[in-house]
Design a protein around this ligand. Sequence first.
Ligand SMILES: Cc1cc2nc3c(=O)[nH]c(=O)nc-3n(C[C@H](O)[C@H](O)[C@H](O)COP(=O)(O)OP(=O)(O)OC[C@H]3O[C@@H](n4cnc5c(N)ncnc54)[C@H](O)[C@@H]3O)c2cc1C
Length: 360
Amino acid sequence: MQEFFILIIFKNMHVDYIIVGLGLAGMAFSEELRRNNKSFLVFEDKSQNSSLVAGGMYNPVILKRFTAVWNGAIQIDVALPFYNILEKLLNKEYHYNVPIYRVFKSIEEQNNWFVACDKPLLKKYMIPEVNHYKYKGIISDFGFGELKNTGRIDTKTLLNDYQYFLLEQQQLIQEQFEHAKLNIKKDCFEYKDIVSKKIVFCEGFGLKKNPFFNTLPMQEVKGELLVIKAPELKIDFLIKAAVSVMPLGNDFYKVGATFNWKDKTKNPTLEGKEELVEKLNSVISVPYEIVDHLAGIRPTIKDRRPLAGKHQEFKNLAILNGLGTRGVMIAPTLAKQLYNHLENGELLNEEVSITRFSKA
Ligand SMILES: Cc1cc2nc3c(=O)[nH]c(=O)nc-3n(C[C@H](O)[C@H](O)[C@H](O)COP(=O)(O)OP(=O)(O)OC[C@H]3O[C@@H](n4cnc5c(N)ncnc54)[C@H](O)[C@@H]3O)c2cc1C
């Protein structure tokens, strides 16, 4: 994220909320608060960067098995207006329609595609045809299955702009939130010179350092991506094969991603790069130049559902996390649900509530 130097002194401030972390989760919850006229401050220390490196794609179809993503279509219906409001607020385009072309590996996959196209949840997204067109530079022996109504959010530009917006509003503190310095009072929390009624932790993989919630079963899934320049690959759709090749415009493409369950660092590795290059060479046959190599840790929960809810003892401490591989789609819905839970007493769905891990 770009560095901005605005000196703000936060002395004796009283707010409704402190939010810890400004990735997709923190931004979605900040927006719920802003849109409901609540006062808040956000802490961000740049310790994680999953939301900044993300491909930013949204797509409600699992492209391995041609099945529906859990609540995917419903989440997209909430997410698109959410990002549209941000485009208006920040006066920039962040949302791009990007069709997805799934490269078929066999006749059997073509048949499975047609079967899936008939499923009510997937009809809106899957085109019931095999596209046999030979696109220059794409290796495909069995053609493509096309997805429509899918797209990409430019998460890096959006978060960068949103950060600047909060700085201008004097709502962003660019430092680490130190959990040990939190003073828990009967009706509020004191943190340094700030008094807050509630705190929502949106720390991504930073959850591991949070003494209030770090027993929740988060599995780190590191992902690496390459940015390439391939002037001869003239496509405006995402290719999904051994890796995804996603157009960024001006001949640049994002290639990824890897899945590594062991490495807990956010640094790009030679191993990750070699894996991506090997797979990319099986997908495209035109020359390319690697211009960037990125990595981040996806905050993933063992049951592949997100995390929302209140601390068992301190009811005004809450968490919004576990967005896994689909933060773009899930974050707006989950933020809305958590807000309604905290402010209006609405029950959280069992599948997302952290109480699912406290039951015997
Ligand atoms: C390679 C890769 C590709 C991906 N592609 C896609 C994709 O195409 N589509 C999609 O939907 N999702 C994708 N994802 C997943 C997506 O990035 C995540 O679901 C999402 O970013 C998680 O957002 P988050 O806000 O929960 O976590 P994060 O983005 O990790 O944000 C947490 C924030 O909290 C801050 N923080 C943590 N602790 C503290 C503290 N104590 N004090 C202050 N700040 C703190 C961190 O610095 C960070 O900014 C991808 C992820 C990776 C790694």
